[in-house]
Write a new protein. Structure first.
Length: 125
């Protein structure tokens, strides 16, 4: 399966970007092969609609989950309507975020926003 992690850079050691729609890069990681693709976010400079475009990109890449710090309501709506699980409040490196996801440490967001601000639990337990 493929997951999308918002990233400040193009490598697995890059920090997770706290923004979804206006992140610098997306890392698309294939959990079956361990391979990844880094893609610059073309919507970074948009006046409006960046979250929707980012959500549509994730859908087009066939991801099943998004790991990010924060997601807005429009992007959340696009992702959740496509059946993509959204995990917010994620920090650390891309590699650490993926490891946490694989280990089942995160709880999917039930609403847009950052997990810590919306009161949802970031880690189970």
């Amino acid at each position: 399966m493929k997951i999308c992690v918002t990233s400040e850079g193009k490598t697995m050691d890059s920090p997770v970007d706290s923004r979804f729609g206006r992140c610098r890069h997306f890392i698309f990681f294939d959990t079956d092969t361990g391979g990844f693709e880094a893609q610059e976010n073309s919507g970074l400079q948009f006046q409006g609609g960046a979250g929707i475009q980012a959500g549509q990109l994730a859908v087009s890449k066939g991801v099943t989950a998004v790991l990010t710090g924060n997601v807005g309501p429009n992007a959340y709506r696009v992702l959740s309507s496509a059946g993509i699980s959204v995990f917010t409040g994620i920090s650390g490196t891309v590699k650490e975020a993926i490891e946490g996801y694989r280990n089942g440490e995160y709880k999917a967001a039930e609403a847009p926003g950052a997990a810590l601000k919306s009161g949802t639990q970031v880690k189970n337990g």
